[in-house]
Write a new protein. Structure first.
Length: 159
């Protein structure tokens, strides 16, 4: 029993980095690696587990316990999942209409790409862009009774 406790004490890191900055996001260093990188926009649980497994980082480690080399490997794996041979169906941008490539967008790339896509569809004057501009439902939902938020028109009282 004493040997197990001694081994456990040796494996405890002396310092943990509580906040790690990755892709314009503060990542919690107290969470395990896979759970921590899900805080980055564009990375879900399944993608995070695939990245951690393919990079060879110990999944039982906390994110704050990673050294500089492991962090560089992790950042490279997140920014370039094709190098890790992660299947393309897991990417969030399976077919880009501009250049026809498949990629995985992270952080601010998602917002910028969505904005460009909306501008392109406004030029085309698609039904979707028209409904988005007028704050209407886009995906075929009913609008008669639900989704009536926004500006309200009240009844004026007599004085």
């Amino acid at each position: 029993m004493a040997e197990i406790l001694e081994n456990a004490r040796k494996n405890i890191p002396t310092s943990i980095q509580h906040i790690i900055r990755m892709f314009n996001t503060n990542v919690d260093g107290n969470r395990k690696v896979a759970a921590a990188i899900t805080m980055i926009k564009g990375i879900g649980k399944r993608m995070a587990e695939a990245i951690v497994k393919r990079t060879g980082i110990d999944s039982s480690k906390r994110a704050g316990e990673l050294n500089e080399e492991e962090l560089e490997i992790l950042v490279d794996g997140i920014s370039n999942p094709k190098k890790l041979n992660i299947p393309e169906w897991m990417f969030n941008r399976v077919f880009d209409p501009v250049d026809g490539t498949t990629s995985h967008l992270i952080g601010t790339q998602i917002d910028a790409t969505y904005r460009l896509q909306l501008e392109r569809s406004k030029k085309i004057e698609s039904v979707r862009s028209y409904r988005l501009m007028n704050n209407l439902k886009v995906r075929g939902q009913r609008t008669k009774s639900n989704g009536r938020g926004g500006s309200t028109v009240g009844v004026s009282r007599k004085k």
